[in-house]
Design a binder for this molecule. Structure first.
Ligand code: TYM
Length: 331
């Protein structure tokens, strides 16, 4: 059975981008593959969270994984820092990762731009840690959104380099995976780029948002003054709303508003109202479940402990072999 690995950083609540880009696929894949889904708390240290924030965010992602339908009996759910083997493999992989290629990574360049006061070495080697996360379980499929594609390419590069260095066909190649034709990129509500936790207030709709909060955010989404010609191309901010509608609404609803746009009779207020209601319906079961389990500390503890044991079992097997391949031998 093929092995699947994916993770989400513990940097805040999960939004629709995380859900439709990643978690929805986790839930589907758990029935067919040997799945490892983790909370990337080591990755979140690049922004120096306080201990209390770090802990709360880890808990929140765990709650939302479970609420979204990941079943701890089917998939291994764990916290990255509970598996120290990953950090050790990260160290070894760092020896095969070169400054030039790390500096060229798009996510690193973005961070240099967005947090110039905190360009730490952890940011630079972020793709190496991510590679270690994946290859520690010898995964071949990695369900992620479009923004992670380059990181997957780097993971293949580092794994292959290790194989070549030791002349050993050890790590298989991991590929980004989605059930649809293309990797998903969910747009935000600011009329610009993707939905993201750090893209500014009001840009992201969270799985834990109340219906009222969702309505408010969507109604505030950027629009223009409307089409002036039939069948005209949609500007970015309008295309984004249609893209969101494609994900949460029925095909009939989508076609209805698309037709209205194309014959210049669309009222954006109506479209946004419908979009907000469809988002509320799409997220309702998850929201309810979040509220149900958020304070069930014994259950969360049990899931995290059970997951850590299973993840370490798999990780330590790989690490033992890696140490052997590298040449760490007992006297
Ligand atoms: P992170 O925490 O930024 O995002 C988690 C997952 O959500 C997806 N995603 C999106 N998909 C579509 N549209 C969006 N607007 C959107 N925003 C986020 C991301 O593609 C991702 O799948 N480096 C990773 C975490 C990670 C990881 C790994 C993933 C660490 N180690 C190993 C896979 C395998 C990250 O920062 O994701």
């Amino acid at each position: 059975m093929e092995t699947v690995v994916s993770g989400i950083r513990s940097t805040g609540n999960l939004h629709l981008g995380n859900y439709y880009g990643a978690v929805q696929n986790f839930v589907k894949m758990q029935h067919e593959y040997n799945c490892f889904f983790f909370i990337a708390d080591l990755h979140s240290l690049t922004t120096h969270p306080t201990p209390a924030n770090l802990h709360n965010n880890v808990k929140q992602v765990l709650v939302e994984y479970l609420a979204a339908g990941i079943d701890p009996e089917k998939a291994t759910i764990y916290v990255q820092s509970d598996v120290p083997e990953i950090s050790e493999l990260y160290l070894y992989m760092n020896m095969n990762a070169y400054l030039g290629e790390l500096e060229r990574s798009t996510s690193f360049k973005d961070k240099v731009r967005s947090q110039p006061d905190n360009v730490n070495a952890g940011l630079l080697t972020y793709p190496v840690l991510m590679a270690a996360d994946i290859i520690i379980h010898k995964a071949t499929k990695v369900p992620v959104g479009k923004d992670q594609e380059q990181h997957l390419e780097m993971a293949r590069t580092f794994g292959n380099r290790f194989n070549r260095l030791y002349n050993h066909d050890y790590f298989p190649e991991p590929y980004a995976f989605t059930f649809s034709e293309n990797l998903v990129k969910i747009p935000g509500l600011d009329g610009k780029g993707k939905m993201g936790k750090s893209e500014g207030e009001g840009n992201a709709v969270y799985l834990s948002d109340t219906p009222e909060a969702i309505r408010k955010k969507v109604m505030r989404a950027v629009t223009d003054s409307g089409p002036t010609q039939e069948n005209q191309q949609k500007p970015q901010e309008i295309q984004n709303l249609f893209d969101l509608m494609k994900v949460v609404s029925s095909p009939d609803t989508y076609t209805h508003f698309d037709d209205l746009y194309n014959n210049c009779s669309i009222r954006y207020g109506d479209m946004k109202k419908q979009l907000a209601e469809d988002m509320i319906i799409a997220t309702a079961p998850i929201r309810e479940k979040i509220n149900e389990i958020a304070n069930d500390a014994p259950y969360l503890r049990q899931v995290a402990r059970y997951g850590a044991v299973k993840a370490r079992e798999s990780a330590s097997k790989t690490l033992k072999e890696v140490r052997e391949i590298i040449g760490f031998r007992n006297f």
